[in-house]
Design a protein around this ligand. Sequence first.
Ligand code: THU
Length: 133
Amino acid sequence: MNAEEEETLIKAAQAAREYAYAPYSGFSVGSALQARSGRIFTGCNVENASYGLTICAERVALTKAVSEGERDFAALAICAAGAPAPCGACRQVLHEFSPDLSLVLVDPGDGTRKKVDLSTLLPWAFERASLDL
Ligand code: THU
Protein backbone atom coordinates (compact mmCIF):
# COMPACT_ATOMS: atom_id res chain seq x y z
CA MET A 1 0.00 0.00 0.00
CA ASN A 2 1.53 3.33 -1.03
CA ALA A 3 1.20 6.58 0.93
CA GLU A 4 -1.72 7.81 -1.15
CA GLU A 5 -3.66 4.58 -0.66
CA GLU A 6 -2.97 4.78 3.06
CA GLU A 7 -4.41 8.30 3.26
CA THR A 8 -7.51 7.17 1.39
CA LEU A 9 -7.97 4.20 3.70
CA ILE A 10 -7.56 6.33 6.83
CA LYS A 11 -10.06 8.90 5.58
CA ALA A 12 -12.55 6.10 4.91
CA ALA A 13 -12.11 4.75 8.46
CA GLN A 14 -12.56 8.22 9.93
CA ALA A 15 -15.73 8.75 7.92
CA ALA A 16 -17.11 5.33 8.92
CA ARG A 17 -16.50 6.16 12.59
CA GLU A 18 -19.15 8.87 12.29
CA TYR A 19 -21.74 6.13 11.86
CA ALA A 20 -20.73 4.22 15.00
CA TYR A 21 -23.70 3.12 17.06
CA ALA A 22 -22.23 3.14 20.55
CA PRO A 23 -24.80 4.46 23.05
CA TYR A 24 -23.63 2.08 25.81
CA SER A 25 -19.85 2.45 25.74
CA GLY A 26 -19.68 5.87 24.13
CA PHE A 27 -16.59 4.54 22.31
CA SER A 28 -16.80 5.05 18.56
CA VAL A 29 -14.73 2.96 16.19
CA GLY A 30 -14.41 3.18 12.41
CA SER A 31 -12.59 0.81 10.09
CA ALA A 32 -11.72 0.54 6.42
CA LEU A 33 -10.50 -2.69 4.85
CA GLN A 34 -8.74 -2.71 1.50
CA ALA A 35 -9.12 -5.84 -0.60
CA ARG A 36 -6.27 -6.88 -2.93
CA SER A 37 -8.71 -6.06 -5.75
CA GLY A 38 -8.53 -2.45 -4.62
CA ARG A 39 -12.05 -2.24 -3.26
CA ILE A 40 -12.52 -0.66 0.17
CA PHE A 41 -15.12 -1.80 2.69
CA THR A 42 -15.91 0.26 5.76
CA GLY A 43 -17.35 -0.62 9.16
CA CYS A 44 -18.30 0.89 12.49
CA ASN A 45 -19.11 -0.69 15.82
CA VAL A 46 -22.77 -1.57 16.27
CA GLU A 47 -23.78 -2.01 19.90
CA ASN A 48 -26.90 -3.60 21.36
CA ALA A 49 -28.92 -3.39 24.57
CA SER A 50 -27.90 -7.02 24.99
CA TYR A 51 -24.26 -5.97 25.33
CA GLY A 52 -22.67 -9.21 24.19
CA LEU A 53 -24.27 -8.91 20.77
CA THR A 54 -22.17 -5.87 19.95
CA ILE A 55 -20.26 -6.15 16.68
CA CYS A 56 -16.85 -4.52 16.35
CA ALA A 57 -16.07 -2.15 13.48
CA GLU A 58 -13.45 -4.51 12.08
CA ARG A 59 -15.80 -7.47 11.79
CA VAL A 60 -18.47 -5.30 10.19
CA ALA A 61 -16.01 -4.29 7.45
CA LEU A 62 -14.77 -7.86 7.01
CA THR A 63 -18.20 -9.45 6.76
CA LYS A 64 -19.37 -6.78 4.34
CA ALA A 65 -16.37 -7.55 2.15
CA VAL A 66 -16.67 -11.33 2.28
CA SER A 67 -20.39 -11.13 1.56
CA GLU A 68 -19.54 -9.23 -1.61
CA GLY A 69 -17.05 -11.77 -2.87
CA GLU A 70 -13.74 -10.58 -1.43
CA ARG A 71 -11.46 -12.93 0.50
CA ASP A 72 -8.01 -11.48 0.17
CA PHE A 73 -7.09 -8.29 1.97
CA ALA A 74 -4.03 -6.04 2.00
CA ALA A 75 -4.63 -3.45 4.68
CA LEU A 76 -6.96 -2.31 7.43
CA ALA A 77 -7.25 1.15 8.96
CA ILE A 78 -8.88 1.47 12.38
CA CYS A 79 -9.85 4.83 13.79
CA ALA A 80 -10.65 5.25 17.51
CA ALA A 81 -9.58 7.37 20.46
CA GLY A 82 -6.13 6.30 21.60
CA ALA A 83 -5.47 4.37 18.37
CA PRO A 84 -6.11 0.97 19.99
CA ALA A 85 -5.20 -2.37 18.44
CA PRO A 86 -8.12 -4.64 17.45
CA CYS A 87 -9.61 -6.99 20.03
CA GLY A 88 -8.61 -10.64 20.13
CA ALA A 89 -11.81 -11.85 18.47
CA CYS A 90 -11.29 -9.52 15.51
CA ARG A 91 -7.65 -10.56 15.18
CA GLN A 92 -8.76 -14.18 14.87
CA VAL A 93 -11.50 -13.43 12.33
CA LEU A 94 -9.18 -11.28 10.21
CA HIS A 95 -6.50 -14.00 10.34
CA GLU A 96 -8.92 -16.46 8.70
CA PHE A 97 -8.67 -14.54 5.44
CA SER A 98 -5.45 -12.54 5.50
CA PRO A 99 -2.86 -13.52 8.10
CA ASP A 100 -0.37 -11.05 6.64
CA LEU A 101 -2.72 -8.05 6.81
CA SER A 102 -1.10 -4.64 7.41
CA LEU A 103 -2.81 -2.48 10.03
CA VAL A 104 -2.73 1.23 10.58
CA LEU A 105 -4.21 2.44 13.87
CA VAL A 106 -5.28 6.06 14.00
CA ASP A 107 -6.35 8.44 16.75
CA PRO A 108 -8.89 10.87 15.27
CA GLY A 109 -8.02 13.47 17.90
CA ASP A 110 -4.28 14.03 17.76
CA GLY A 111 -3.71 12.11 14.51
CA THR A 112 -1.38 9.55 16.09
CA ARG A 113 -0.71 6.63 13.72
CA LYS A 114 0.70 3.24 14.57
CA LYS A 115 1.53 0.60 11.99
CA VAL A 116 1.64 -3.08 12.81
CA ASP A 117 1.07 -6.39 11.06
CA LEU A 118 -1.65 -8.81 12.09
CA SER A 119 0.95 -11.58 12.33
CA THR A 120 2.65 -9.59 15.10
CA LEU A 121 -0.61 -9.14 16.99
CA LEU A 122 -1.67 -12.77 16.62
CA PRO A 123 1.25 -15.19 16.54
CA TRP A 124 0.51 -18.93 16.65
CA ALA A 125 -3.08 -18.36 15.53
CA PHE A 126 -5.59 -21.18 15.38
CA GLU A 127 -6.33 -21.77 11.70
CA ARG A 128 -7.67 -24.21 9.12
CA ALA A 129 -4.39 -26.10 9.06
CA SER A 130 -4.76 -26.69 12.79
CA LEU A 131 -7.74 -28.93 11.96
CA ASP A 132 -5.72 -31.21 9.64
CA LEU A 133 -4.67 -33.90 12.06
N1 THU B 1 -14.68 -2.17 19.58
C1 THU B 1 -14.46 -2.25 18.23
O1 THU B 1 -15.29 -1.85 17.43
N2 THU B 1 -13.29 -2.80 17.82
C2 THU B 1 -12.32 -3.31 18.64
O2 THU B 1 -11.34 -3.88 18.18
C3 THU B 1 -12.46 -3.18 20.08
C4 THU B 1 -13.75 -2.64 20.58
C5 THU B 1 -15.94 -1.59 20.03
C6 THU B 1 -16.86 -2.57 20.70
C7 THU B 1 -17.67 -1.65 21.59
O3 THU B 1 -18.75 -1.13 20.86
C8 THU B 1 -16.72 -0.54 21.96
O4 THU B 1 -15.66 -0.60 21.00
C9 THU B 1 -16.15 -0.62 23.35
O5 THU B 1 -15.60 -1.86 23.58
